[in-house]
Structures are given as structure tokens and as C-alpha cells.
Design a protein around this ligand. Structure first.
Ligand code: HAM
Length: 386
């Protein structure tokens, strides 16, 4: 028997649609527009944006050469494609903000476990052209509103990664610290000292974590403007009554972030606890060849929250059934009229009244309309509320 690939799942769950509908509704109330970009993109796009030293690019990409000899990748995340599209459609030249939401599959060749899939879905938003930290607050509040509408409890963690003035100076300080402790660090962190030192801060190795407790922190080394923005961020979240924790080790696994970074985590879903992540990426548009344009966004992991979502099992719609074959065309015609207002299911198998009522009950319909010889003659239905 052929089965779905490891780490990939069929979606047979109406909670999936509830998440999609809710997230879309919230994003649209904030003035966001729909965008869908291709699932397959040039490998270079992710190497340049997510970063060559990230685990995603280094170890987890579904990368291959297509029949035309192009080096391509099944997208591991949504931001890079949206930025590519933003530049390709010359929105960077219009100089006005542009805000998008998207929903779709992402692919990472990770070791599958609970909450970690190889094909998973993200609902994401990206806001372009607004450098103000108040935009970051808006963006975070979209995620908070989505979780509120879905009745999901979370902890929000925030941090700032500074800008190209304070980050390089901080990196030097951190590297000095790491070099002193080099021999005590895990192999990965030893490699990170030269490749991507800030990623040592969220190393999962207990020994590294103990050492890095005493490492210099970026939030203690921000330039004045980044410091002011970080304070405004905290005040702005307080103002909207969105609770948060400052996590000085929150650096995120993608290289494009500057200033604000954040993650929503849940303590109800096991080890893979991040339910959404995002931040500001003010250099990315320029880095991918566009006109310098600030950006900020996030993505929610749909499979991570699905078990936290419940759907009401209220009865909806009408069930229609025939007790004689001759009644089927009649109910099909009537159903097409009724369908203008509500969900109507037509059973095409002839059954007894009892069998129809049982099926309507099982299907969770709120009403059954059944037609037999007499009803057909009079152009009526046997009607039962369920
Ligand atoms: P990310 O943190 O890599 O960020 O992914 C966002 C969310 O996707 C995670 O918080 C998690 O819920 C979910 N996720 C990630 N990997 C998996 C997996 N293997 N299985 C199931 N769920 C997963 C990004 O992707 C950025 N593009 C977010 C962003 C948008 N930043 C700015 N704009």
C-alpha cells in the first residue's frame, strides 16, 4: 500500500478551515490583502534571505534540479517568496505601505515528531513600508487577536536584535565572550562562533545554556534609537493589554531579522511549543535587490495549534431524501432553490423514511425533508426538525 510520505499528512479536519477563516477575517479587519506565491522558488532566494548558516537552509531544504536544470526548492517558509513578489511587482517603487496575508504549505526536511512535520501550513502576514515600531505592535496584535478569536492561551516572548549600528558591535562582544569559553561549548556552537554567533544564544544544549547565561545580552547593548523603540514596543503592548515576557535569548532561526523579534508559545502542545514567530526585517527587501523598504511580519504554525482549537458541533443545514426513485429529480430541483440560503444535502440513494431520518441525524443536519409517493403527488415534503 502506498502511504503519505513521512512527516506529511492528509488534512481531514474542519478545525483547519476554522483556523484559516478566523485568521483571514482578523487580518482583513486590519486592512491586509491576500497574496499567494509559488511553492517552488529558486534556491538562491532562501540562501540569501533565510541565510546560508541557518539550519533551514543548511540541513532542511527540499532542494533539487528541475528538468530545465534550475536549482529549486520547495519553500521552507513564506516571507522570502512574498518579498520576492513585492519587488518583482515593483511595489517597492510605489513608496506606499503594502500589507499581505497568506496561507499555505511549507516544507522542511526535519526529523518528524509531535508538532514537527516535513509539510506543514502557515498563516502569515507581511507588512511593507512602515518603519515605525507602532507597526510592530499592530502586527503582534493581529496574532494576539487571532489566538483570542480561536480561544488559544499563549505566552508572548519578545526581544530586540538591534540594527546595523548596534548589532555588529554587540556581535564582537559576544564573540569575545564565546572565544573565552570555546572549549566548553558544543560542536555546533563552536562552529557558530565564526558563522553566526548570535545563534549560540538559543542553543538547546544544557551545558551551553549554562555558560551563555552570563553572555552579554543584545538588549543591554542597543543603540539609543533601538533602545527607545524597544521601550515603545513594551509600552505599546501594555497599552493594548497584550502580556509579554522579554526573552533576551530569543534570536529566531532565520537570519533576516533586525530589531523586534517575537514568538508565541504554548505550554499545552509538548516540546515543539512555538505556535507563531516573527519580527522586523528592515534590510531584506534591499538585500534581495529591491529599493530599501522596511518590513515586519509573522507566521502561525497551523498544525501546532490545531489541537488547541475546538469546533461547535451545532446542527446545520437540511437533509433531503427520497423513498422512491421518481422523487429524486423533484428533490434535486427543490434543493437547488433552497441552497440559495443554506447548506442542503441530497441523498441519491432511495431509502425508507426511518433510514433517511437516521442518516440526517448522524450527519448533524438540523432538518430532514423526505419525499414518498404521497408527497411527490402533492409536491410536498415530510418534514422533521432534528
Ligand atoms: P518560523 O519561526 O520558522 O518563522 O515559523 C513560524 C511557525 O511555523 C513556527 O512558530 C511554528 O509554529 C511553525 N513551524 C515551523 N516549522 C514547523 C514544522 N517543521 N512543523 C510544524 N510547524 C512548524 C517563519 O517561517 C517566518 N517566515 C515568520 C515570519 C513572517 N517572520 C516575518 N514574517
Amino acid at each position: 500500500m502506498i502511504k503519505a510520505l513521512r512527516g506529511m499528512k492528509d488534512i481531514l479536519d474542519k478545525r483547519f478551515l476554522k483556523i484559516f477563516d478566523t485568521a483571514r477575517e482578523v487580518a482583513e479587519t486590519y486592512g491586509y490583502e491576500y497574496i499567494e506565491t509559488p511553492i517552488l522558488e529558486e534556491t538562491a532566494l532562501f540562501k540569501r534571505s533565510v541565510g546560508e548558516s541557518s539550519d533551514i537552509v543548511n540541513k532542511e531544504m527540499y532542494q533539487f534540479t528541475d528538468k530545465g536544470g534550475n536549482d529549486v526548492v520547495l519553500r521552507p517558509e513564506g516571507t522570502a517568496g512574498v518579498v520576492r513578489s513585492f519587488i518583482e511587482h515593483k511595489f517597492d517603487r510605489q513608496g506606499t505601505p503594502k500589507r499581505f496575508w497568506y496561507f499555505g504549505p511549507m516544507f522542511r526536511y526535519e526529523r518528524p515528531q509531535k508538532g514537527r512535520l516535513r509539510e506543514f501550513h502557515q498563516f502569515g502576514i507581511e507588512s511593507f513600508g512602515e518603519a515605525s515600531v507602532y507597526e510592530d505592535i499592530n502586527v503582534i496584535s493581529i496574532a494576539a487577536d487571532i489566538f483570542k478569536a480561536l480561544n488559544i492561551e499563549y505566552t508572548l516572548k519578545i526581544n530586540s536584535l538591534g540594527c546595523n549600528i548596534c548589532m555588529p558591535k554587540y556581535k564582537e562582544k559576544l564573540v569575545d565572550f564565546l572565544n573565552i569559553h570555546k572549549n566548553e561549548l558544543c560542536e555546533d556552537c563552536q562552529r557558530r562562533i565564526t558563522q553566526n554567533p548570535i545563534r549560540t544564544l538559543d542553543c538547546k544544549n544544557k551545558n551551553c545554556q549554562a555558560i551563555l547565561k552570563d553572555a552579554p545580552k543584545i538588549t543591554d547593548n542597543l543603540c539609543e534609537s533601538c533602545q527607545v523603540d524597544f521601550e515603545k514596543l513594551k509600552k505599546g503592548l501594555d497599552n493594548l493589554e497584550i502580556k509579554y515576557e522579554v526573552d533576551k535569548h530569543l534570536v529566531r532561526g532565520l537570519d533576516y531579522y533586525t530589531k523586534t523579534t517575537f514568538e508565541f508559545v504554548s505550554n499545552k502542545i509538548g516540546a515543539q511549543s512555538a505556535i507563531a514567530g516573527g519580527g522586523r526585517y528592515d534590510k531584506l527587501v534591499e538585500f534581495l535587490g529591491g529599493k530599501p523598504t522596511p518590513g515586519v511580519g509573522f507566521a502561525i504554525g497551523v498544525e501546532r495549534i490545531i489541537d488547541l482549537v475546538s469546533v461547535d458541533d451545532v446542527r446545520v443545514g437540511i437533509y433531503m431524501g427520497a423513498m422512491i426513485e421518481e422523487a429524486i429529480p423533484f428533490i434535486q430541483k427543490e434543493a437547488s432553490k433552497l441552497r440559495q440560503n443554506e447548506k442542503v444535502f441530497v441523498e441519491t440513494k432511495v431509502k425508507s423514511l426511518k433510514a433517511h431520518l437516521k442518516a440526517a441525524d448522524k450527519g448533524n443536519y438540523k432538518k430532514a425533508l423526505v419525499v414518498g409517493v404521497d408527497e411527490l403527488k402533492n409536491g410536498e415534503f415530510f418534514e422533521k426538525e432534528l
